[in-house]
Design a protein around this ligand. Structure first.
Ligand code: F6R
Length: 613
């Protein structure tokens, strides 16, 4: 949700800023801008729309700005429409300071009123502009810019990751953080700031994670980090474990297609070192609960948003089925406005690809405040959530760039399979032979996904037939109900087609009224407890003339009479089927969006990392 970059001491600051913003485009893409110090003053360039427009504007200008401080921003609008005026950077009235900001200033209306009364003029509708004026107002004669930043931020309520440059101080880049991610990258005679790692990974692997209420004053070969009162802090320099290649498309047309195809390896990675052989106990060393705590565990609360929430719903099914422990799953945005109920032997699990989603972060902090053990399932062990957690279940999906989550979902599912089996092992709630069979099947799953990925024709044909449809319904029961929700979410997100997932049994309690020949119904039906029931619900839909699509592993001739399209997946136990059924649904959404010519990796109105509540 908005991306920030900044540099000092960089040979060609404009190129660095543009390349960095390109790597952060997943965080927002409705306008972009940069501010660079030209020696005598700050120059600002902004463009509404995609980053491409800013690049066109700057064409030929990139060599002009060398070594001085620069900041850049890619926006996902919160306050004010996405136009050039509201694009960042924003400057103070006298152009003494320019800033880029990610987050929301909650008391901006009060601050704006006070500043207007003092004579400050506002040119944008943003909350961010308030900070620029506030810093200028705090910059008294003879005072250091760092003090002005600290004094201004003391008056601000809300969330911010901030980059600032001052007219009077071309050799320093200022940065601050509160409840929004920001890292400091350390290079050779050049230093950087960024909202996320991909923006700087090509330049350095040495980073410092800024914490809340920390302010950095960064020069090309040194830096100083203080708290809000100016007291100097000693910070740990960490080394990033990733390679720049992990954020390239590797020949695929879109990141989403690449990430869909990475899923077999992602699952192998997630299993690696946790489950080597089916006859060995699982090794979840990151889960820091004692054997006794695990044995006594009697309730689990899971909180997440979006796709991660769907993974959590599968997790609920697994933990309840394998251990008998009741599991509540709640959208983080709902959880945080209710009374936080934590019982003695319970744990709270936060699930998040980015580890930065504001609602989930607030939710886990609330649970921690009530003394719950917080376990975080995340793809980003370097994220704020991972740092807040008591325990971590890393999901090893690598960077996910496409806004629509795919490989992180599969990896989160795997994390829940591992956790549920681990709990069953400790609590002895499943027979040893069953656990061993389950482990064997987990090891087989990547190969089965590869089979789906090398057999995509039917899914493609289905997309050809239905890409002009305006409404889609996905139905399933039991453990595949969350898969239906996830399949529908994928289609909505990238094709803008209205798609809804229902428990198949709910169809006749209302939604069936919508059915006619214009609405396709996609049924997920794998052999097991609910196969016959989903089949009956599919027949009921067929009887209302709906176009029928099946995702199934069953060799049932009867299916041909009901379904217009049958998408086959390899056989697996029903309990593991979400890992397989989800793949054709991702591909179907992808191909439909591709036929419609949509911007697949950057769908309208969305951003990958939702760092505002
Ligand atoms: C869907 C999608 C979003 C995220 C949601 C939570 O494709 O990407 O629904 O799943 O914003 O994000 P994380 O998992 O980063 O907390």
């Amino acid at each position: 949700m908005c991306g920030i970059v900044g540099c000092i001491g960089q040979e060609n600051s404009v190129s660095f800023l543009l390349e960095g913003l390109e790597k952060l485009e997943y965080r927002g893409y409705d306008s972009a801008g940069i501010a660079v110090h030209g020696g005598s003053g700050i120059k600002i360039y902004k463009a509404s729309g995609k980053l491409e427009n800013l690049k066109t504007l700057l064409n030929g200008n990139s060599g002009k700005y060398r070594l001085n401080a620069g900041i850049g921003h890619i926006r996902w609008a919160t306050h004010g429409v996405p136009n050039e005026t509201n694009a960042h950077p924003h400057s103070s009235s006298e152009n003494t300071v320019s800033i880029v900001h990610n987050g929301i200033i909650e008391n901006y209306k009060e601050l704006k009123k006070e500043l207007a009364e003092k004579g400050f003029n506002f040119s944008s509708q943003t909350d961010t502009e308030v900070i620029a004026h506030l810093i200028e107002d705090s910059l008294k004669p003879g005072q250091a810019p760092g003090d002005a930043v600290r004094n201004a931020l003391k008056k601000v309520d809300g969330a911010y990751a901030l980059g600032a440059i001052f007219k009077q101080d071309p050799q320093t880049l200022y940065a601050a953080r509160k409840s929004a991610p920001l890292i400091l990258g350390l290079g050779e005679n050049r230093n950087f700031i960024a909202s996320d790692v991909p923006a700087i990974l090509e330049h350095t692997k040495r980073v410092i994670y800024l914490e809340d209420n920390e302010i950095a004053e960064i020069k090309s070969s040194s830096y100083k980090i203080t708290d809000i009162n100016g007291d100097i802090l000693e910070k740990k320099v960490e080394t990033l474990p990733w390679e720049p290649v992990s954020v390239s498309k590797m020949g695929y047309k879109h990141f989403m297609l690449k990430e869909i195809h990475e899923q077999p390896d992602v699952i192998r990675q997630t299993l690696f070192d946790k489950l080597k052989n089916s006859d060995e106990p699982l090794n979840l060393r990151e889960v820091k609960l004692t054997k006794k705590q695990l044995e006594d565990l009697d309730r689990v609360q899971v909180i997440a948003c979006g796709t991660s929430l769907h993974a959590a719903l599968v997790g609920k099914y697994l933990i309840e089925e394998f251990t008998g422990i009741p599991v509540d799953v709640e959208a983080s945005s709902e959880y945080i406005y209710k009374r936080t109920i934590v019982s003695k032997n319970s744990i709270t699990i936060g699930v998040s690809q980015s580890g930065e989603t504001a609602d989930t972060l607030t939710a886990i902090k609330q649970a921690k405040d009530k003394n719950s053990h917080v376990l975080v399932v995340t793809n980003r062990p370097d994220s704020t959530m991972a740092r807040e957690a008591d325990s971590l279940l890393p999901v090893n999906a690598g960077f996910e760039v496409s806004v629509a989550a795919t490989k992180s979902f599969s990896a989160q599912l795997m994390a829940f399979y591992l956790l549920a089996i681990y709990l069953a092992e400790v609590k002895k709630s499943l027979p040893g032979t069953t656990i061993e069979e389950y482990k064997k099947e987990l090891i087989q799953l990547p190969q089965k996904i590869e089979m789906i990925l090398s057999n995509k024709e039917k899914i493609h044909d289905c997309a050809v037939k239905f890409h002009n449809t305006r409404n889609f319904i996905y139905i399933a029961r039991g453990i595949n109900f969350p898969t239906a929700l996830e399949g529908a979410l994928k289609l909505k997100e990238i094709s803008y087609i209205n798609a809804t997932g229902y428990p198949a049994g709910e169809l006749k309690h209302g939604p069936i009224a919508m059915l006619d020949e214009t609405i396709p119904v996609l049924s997920i039906l794998v052999p097991g407890k609910v196969y016959e029931k989903v089949l009956s619900n599919s027949e009921e839909s067929k009887a209302r003339n709906a176009n029928m699509i099946a995702v199934t592993s069953e060799e049932d001739e009867h299916l041909e009479q009901i379904f217009d399209f049958i998408i086959k997946i390899p056989h697996t136990d029903e309990i593991f089927s979400p890992i397989l059924t989800t793949i054709p649904l991702q591909l179907l959404a992808y191909y439909i969006a591709e036929f419609l010519g949509k911007d697949i990796d950057q769908p309208r109105n969305l951003a990958k990392s939702v760092t505002v509540e």
